[in-house]
Design a protein around this ligand. Structure first.
Ligand code: IPE
Ligand code: IPE
Ligand code: MG
Length: 245
C-alpha cells in the first residue's frame, strides 16, 4: 500500500525534530567500524531532507552531535567532524538547488575551526532559500541552551533593559538558539532508545514523541511517512479535554 497517500498534506507538522540514533549499532551488525555507520547515516539524512521538503515541512531539526558526544573516542569524534565538513561541501549545491536553507544550533564556536568555517559558509550560501530550513544541532545540548538563554536574560535585567516580571514563556523562547522557529510538533528518535538525550528540552514541552526501532542508516522514506501518519492520528489536547477540541 502506498503510505504517502495516507498522509493528510493539509496538516503536515511545520517543524519535525529527529534524534538520528543507531549508526554505531548498524555498523556493528555488519561487522564494520562505527564510522561506516555514520557514513551510511548521511545517506538517510539526504533522503529524509528531500522527502521532508517535498511534503512541505518548514523546519527539520536534526541532532547531529551532542555536547556529550565529545566523550567518545577521539578517533570517532574526528571522523564525525571530518564527515561533516565533507558532507557540507558536497551537499551545499544540492541544498541550494532545492531551495533549502541551512542553519545550525549549538555551541558552534567550540567546533574545530574547519568544521565551523565550512558550516558558516553553508549557512551564508543558503541564507536566502525559503522552501525548508534544515537546522543542524551541533555541539548542542538542551541544558546548555537553557543556561545560555538564562545568562542572556540575566544580563538584560542587570543592564535594566528588561524587568524580571517581563520574563515570560515567549521572552524565554526568544533567547534560545531556536528563536523564531516554532516548537517541533513531532520528535522522532530512531534506534529503539526511549530517551531524549538532552535534546530541545524546552521546545518539546508539547511535542508528540515517536520512537522507532530502526537504526538511523536504515530509516527510509516510508518510515518517515509512517511517523507522520502516526502523528496525524493523535489527539493533541494541550491540557484540555477531548470534548473541548
Ligand atoms: C547516532 O548514532 C549518531 C551520533 C550520535 C553522532 P550513534 O553513533 O549514537 O550509534 P549507536 O547509538 O552507538 O548505535
Ligand atoms: C543522541 O544520541 C545524540 C545524537 C543523535 C547526535 P546518543 O547516542 O549520543 O545518545 P545516548 O548517549 O544514547 O543517550
Ligand atoms: Mg547512540
Amino acid at each position: 500500500m502506498d503510505l504517502k497517500t495516507q498522509i493528510n498534506l493539509d496538516v503536515i507538522p511545520p517543524h519535525i525534530a529527529i534524534i538520528m540514533d543507531g549508526n554505531g549499532r548498524w555498523a556493528k551488525k555488519y561487522g564494520k567500524p562505527r564510522v561506516f555507520g555514520h557514513r551510511n547515516g548521511v545517506k538517510a539524512v539526504r533522503e529524509i531532507t528531500e522527502v521532508a521538503a517535498n511534503l512541505g515541512v518548514s523546519y527539520l531539526t536534526l541532532y547531529a552531535f551532542s555536547t556529550e558526544n565529545w566523550n567518545r573516542p577521539r578517533l570517532e569524534v574526528n571522523a564525525l567532524m571530518s564527515l561533516l565538513v565533507e558532507t557540507l561541501k558536497v551537499e551545499i549545491n544540492t541544498l541550494n538547488k532545492n531551495n533549502i536553507k541551512l542553519t545550525a544550533i549549538g555551541d558552534l564556536s567550540q567546533l574545530p575551526s574547519r568544521t565551523y568555517d565550512t558550516l558558516l559558509e553553508g549557512v551564508e550560501k543558503t541564507k536566502n532559500n525559503d522552501r525548508m530550513t534544515l537546522n543542524l544541532a551541533l555541539n548542542y545540548s538542551g541544558r546548555w541552551e537553557i543556561i545560555q538563554a538564562t545568562k542572556a536574560i540575566a544580563e538584560k535585567v542587570k543592564a535594566g533593559v528588561l524587568s524580571p516580571s517581563e520574563v515570560s514563556d515567549q521572552v524565554f523562547s526568544e533567547h534560545l538558539a531556536t528563536a523564531g522557529i516554532p516548537d517541533p510538533e513531532l520528535l522522532i528518535r530512531t534506534s529503539g532508545e526511549y530517551r531524549i538525550s538532552n535534546y530541545l528540552l524546552w521546545q518539546i514541552a508539547y511535542s508528540e514523541l515517536y520512537f522507532v526501532d530502526i537504526y538511523w542508516p536504515d530509516f527510509r522514506e516510508e518510515d518517515f511517512y509512517k511517523a507522520i501518519i502516526d502523528f496525524q492520528q493523535r489527539e493533541r489536547r494541550f491540557g484540555k479535554t477531548s470534548d473541548q477540541l
